[in-house]
Design a protein around this ligand. Structure first.
Ligand code: ATP
Length: 937
């Protein structure tokens, strides 16, 4: 099988560009060979701008010590040393270093993971090598490579333009000029022309705003213009997310509150005649106990784990704060083509005035064929078994005339030649690879299927007015072999029809009457209502004056082609899941309203009574009117990218948290304005990707919904860890506080508090952060954006749980101490063990706020089980080794008391779990009584 394309276009290259290509030992048609490119890469190195050297690991390690808590501890260690208590000094310093090492390792792992994810979204470029268009990493581009550019691309290296159509580049990053610069490949410029005036070249780091071009690389990496002026790029670390900032603030409030309590305890203990050093050390330890110092590490690790999980589910997060915002999303404004649909276009219908054809055959293979449809079949015939089932009222269509092959041939020529898709035929593997927009590939395929149809061969493309979503059409001026010049146009039928004044019928050009227009519109609407994406085709003769080549007017209308693009699998389920989660899915598309509605109904976005809001109506509306209307439709059609920005703003004015998808360069403002800007990884342009918060590697709507679920899960997990750490900390403070109120001596030693806080409860807190996603995440409404990290409810339950753990410690301590005040060391060892065990067991109760550990599966969080066992083991080890037991003050542990120590430690978690059990039962009973579905969206 050979590529069924017609003769390929020849390039019109200026003399100076030709010379340059020669001097670079390249070829303006075929590009470099792969071997040559590999040799040049080995010789010149990668096309990258040098980064500032990374911060050495030891500087990052030392940074771990920059906190109030560590300062307090080091002061305490020094003081102990002065007072001759060397064991405490060494022990405190050892714990501080251990804690810093753990924090350092966790943060490093998290940042490595985040950096690896960033590399996944590294830029690519379209180069011509071995006479084939290929996509390569931008860093692999070499001098002499030919690359293609189109609207939305980042320029991957400095290059001289060989060919450019309407190319405009945004060069502000290089020259400071904020207005896009029009480029001209034919301009002959002196060598010393300043960069800002070099209209025949493009430069690394700038971007293409409009048009398309082919360029030959003249410089890469640090040898480019931007490389000359760029200071070393600093790979700055991610800034804190809002949650991290709020947690820091919360930490500060907690510190202030606890310092007051600590001061009170200090005074009480001191007045009671405690040894000043011991009282001081205990107070410092208590202050350390109160500060949730494990939290920053937990948040970083949770975010990193979450980002990795999201990447596995095809969503790459570019801006860390978006992870939190994802959980608050209330509306998803999604493109149709490629996001909700598969973007696998297959032409199903051809129509010229007034005859129609059915197209058969699947995929890209030119098998199948085109078959005329009888007039009587037109109304009844459904175009495709893939088409969604739509109950459209039967339309009365104008009667069909006999088939008119001349118009069909011209329309297919136009579909083939006003088309940027290309074939790569691999002679070795006999495989045909298609490169380009699926809409255009589908057109190439149908031309190949229409065997026997004569396609007039052409000589060269003289000019192109590229497709853009504003005009909704594109055109090319081609020179045929007989030297005739024609402008070929294709686009949305309304757009093409608006520029047409004549129509091609039975081989003749006749004036386009209102009756013709009505007929064309009716055919267009009919195909669209069958979920077909419809394109209109037209042409006109032009002369050799290039001014004419921009004017898409006085066209001769040829006909319509309708193609099917079936909905993606699982989109219907994802839409249903959105509804359960209180999120409104909205389709925003450049396509025809009927096509949009048909697909929206098929996937469940639109109901039977849905009204489509049109882009043309939006243009007429004031901002206030749009704010009112925007929430009334779930399908918005024939939208231009600029309308998208107003749509996002209108939703936001309705107090919604908006996720919006985009891909083109003109989508960037809307993507940036949305709370979560989502850009397609496959079809998205570089410029749009730079504006994005999130990139979908599979362009799939389902991945958005998955990412929202992950976002909710991550926030939940951070809250679980926060809850756990604060409850543990408050148990220690309350235990010490009540004990000193009762008049007991300090029930825990400073070193014991440090040990628990910095070692044993850190592992379960981290493990809670990796809790698998809960089943109910998508069965509840979005979290309000302004909800505080610590709600009143949560604060109350933290205190209650802290009090429970403190109570069992008080019972354990009091039981032994009251029986014999001489057994103080023993009482401390018992209280210490109860505190360690109760905190470890309590972690099980923090896994879900509504469901108990049995119903979620006790062993489901392997890491938590490992952390709990690890912490328990560590506790037994330090208790069993005489010198560690000595340092921690555990030498007097009465082992025979272990069973009741464990029994007491189980009380807090049992209380928490039983409460959930009864609470859940009450909720179910209440739901049954009122007959309200608990998960109503
Ligand atoms: P969505 O906005 O959901 O991605 P879309 O792809 O239909 O949908 P646009 O890309 O803005 O949106 O296209 C708008 C219209 O322009 C299409 O309905 C089609 O009629 C026409 N069109 C699309 N691609 C091309 C193309 N390559 N050449 C000419 N016309 C096109």
């Amino acid at each position: 099988m050979s590529p069924p394309s017609t003769e390929s276009a020849r390039l019109m290259v200026s003399e100076s560009a030709k010379k340059l290509v020669q001097s670079l030992a390249s070829n303006a048609e075929e590009g470099l060979s792969s071997e040559d490119a590999a040799q040049r890469l080995a010789r010149d190195g990668k096309n990258v701008l040098q980064m500032a050297p990374p911060i050495p690991w030891w500087v990052r390690f030392v940074a771990q010590f920059e906190s109030l808590m560590v300062g307090l501890l080091i002061a305490a260690a020094i003081l102990s040393g002065f007072l001759g208590d060397w064991i405490d000094t060494v022990a405190i310093l050892a714990i501080v270093i251990l804690n810093a090492a753990l924090g350092f390792l966790q943060e490093e792992r998290a940042y490595q993971a985040i950096r690896a994810l960033r590399d996944l979204s590294a830029p690519h470029a379209k180069v011509v090598r071995d006479d084939k268009l290929q996509v390569v990493a931008a860093s692999d581009i070499v001098v002499g490579d030919l690359f293609q550019l189109e609207a939305g691309d980042r320029v991957p290296a400095d290059a001289r333009l060989i060919e450019a159509f309407n190319l405009q580049a945004q060069e502000a990053s290089l020259t400071g000029e904020s207005i896009p610069i029009a480029k001209d490949a034919a301009a002959d410029l002196a060598d010393d022309t300043p960069v800002s005036d070099r209209v025949n070249s493009v430069f690394l780091g700038t971007s293409v705003v409009a048009g398309k071009a082919l360029g030959v690389v003249t410089a890469i990496g640090m040898k480019t213009e931007i490389g000359h002026i760029a200071r070393l790029l600093d790979e700055t670390r991610q800034e804190q997310t809002p949650l991290q900032k709020r947690l820091t603030q919360l930490g500060q409030i907690l510190v202030a509150a606890c310092l007051i309590i600590v001061a009170i305890i200090f005074v009480i203990q001191w007045l009671r005649g405690g040894k000043i050093t011991e009282v001081f050390l205990t107070s410092v330890s208590l202050a350390v106990a109160a500060i949730p110092e494990g939290l920053p590490a937990v948040v970083t690790v949770t975010l990193a784990i979450g980002l990795q999980r999201m990447a596995k589910r095809n969503a790459l997060i570019r801006k860390l704060p978006s992870v939190e915002t994802l959980g608050c999303v209330t509306v998803i404004c999604s493109d149709k083509t490629g996001t909700l649909t598969r973007n696998e276009m297959t032409v199903r219908r051809l129509w010229v005035f007034d005859a129609a054809w059915r197209v058969e055959g699947e995929g890209y293979a030119p098998d199948g064929g085109i078959f005329p449809i009888q007039t009587e079949d037109l109304d009844s015939d459904a175009p495709d078994s893939d088409a969604p089932d739509i109950d459209e009222p039967a339309r009365s269509l104008p009667s069909a005339a006999p088939t008119s092959p001349p118009a069909l041939e011209r329309m297919l020529s136009c579909a083939d030649q006003c088309n940027e898709a290309t074939w790569n035929y691999d002679h070795e593997s006999h495989k045909l690879e298609m490169i380009g927009d699926p809409t255009e590939i589908a057109l190439k395929v149908v031309v190949a299927k229409a065997k026997g149809t004569h396609i007039q061969p052409y000589d060269s493309v003289l000019h192109e007015n590229p497709f853009d979503s504003e005009r909704k059409r594109m055109s090319r001026v081609v020179r045929y072999c007989n030297d005739e010049l024609q402008m070929l146009v294709k686009g949305a039928p309304e757009s093409v029809l608006a520029a047409a004044t004549q129509i091609f019928i039975d081989g003749e050009v006749v004036p386009l009457t209102d009756a013709h227009r009505q007929c064309i519109s009716a055919r267009n609407a009919w195909m669209a209502s069958q979920a077909l994406r419809v394109l209109g085709f037209a042409f006109r003769r032009v002369d050799h004056s290039p001014e004419q080549w921009h004017r898409e007017e006085e066209l001769v209308f040829l006909g319509l082609i309708g193609m099917i693009d079936p909905p993606r699998r699982s989109v219907t389920d994802a839409v249903a899941s959105c509804r359960r989660a209180g999120i409104r899915p909205v389709m925003i598309t450049g396509d025809h309203p009927q096509t949009a509605l048909a697909i929206a109904r098929a996937v469940g976005i639109a109901g039977d009574q849905e009204k489509v809001l049109l882009g043309t109506a939006i243009v007429q509306m004031s901002d206030d009117e749009l704010t009112q209307h925007v929430t009334q439709s779930s399908v918005i059609a024939r939208v231009s990218p600029l309308d998208k920005l107003r749509i996002v703003q209108a939703w936001k004015r309705n107090d919604h948290v908006v996720a919006m998808t985009g891909d083109g360069v003109n989508d960037a403002p809307a993507v940036k304005t949305a709370d979560i800007g989502i850009v397609m990884g496959i079809t998205g342009t570089d410029v749009a990707k730079e504006a994005a918060d999130m990139i979908l590697t599979d362009d799939n709507f389902v991945s958005i919904v998955n990412a929202i679920e992950e976002g909710r899960g991550i926030y939940d997990n951070i809250q679980k860890s926060l809850h756990y750490l604060l409850a543990c900390n408050s148990s220690e403070v309350l235990f010490m506080f009540v004990a000193s109120l009762i008049g007991w001596p300090s029930p825990l030693l400073a070193i014991q508090i440090l040990w628990i806080n910095l070692v044993t409860d850190g592992f379960p807190a981290l493990a809670l952060a990796s809790e698998p996603l809960g089943e109910n995440l998508m069965n509840r409404p979005p979290r309000p954006m302004k909800e505080p990290v610590l709600t009143f409810e949560r604060g109350r339950s933290i205190l209650l749980h802290g009090l429970l753990m403190a109570s069992v410690c008080l019972i354990g301590f009091g039981w032994v101490y009251m029986s014999d005040p001489e057994r103080l060391a023993e009482s401390r060892a018992i209280a210490f063990s109860i505190l360690v065990f109760s905190q470890i067991f309590y972690a099980m109760g923090c896994r879900d706020s509504e469901r108990n550990a049995f119903s979620i599966g006790i062993f489901k969080n392997h890491l938590l089980i490992a952390a709990a066992l690890g912490s328990i083991l560590l506790h037994f080890i330090v208790m069993s080794i005489p010198w560690t037991a000595e340092i921690l003050g555990l030498a007097a542990m009465p082992w025979r008391d272990l069973p009741w120590v464990i029994a007491l430690s189980l009380i807090p978690v049992s209380f928490v779990e039983l409460r959930k059990y009864f609470f859940a039962r009450q909720t179910v009973t209440a739901d049954q009584a009122t007959d309200v579905p608990s998960n109503a969206a």
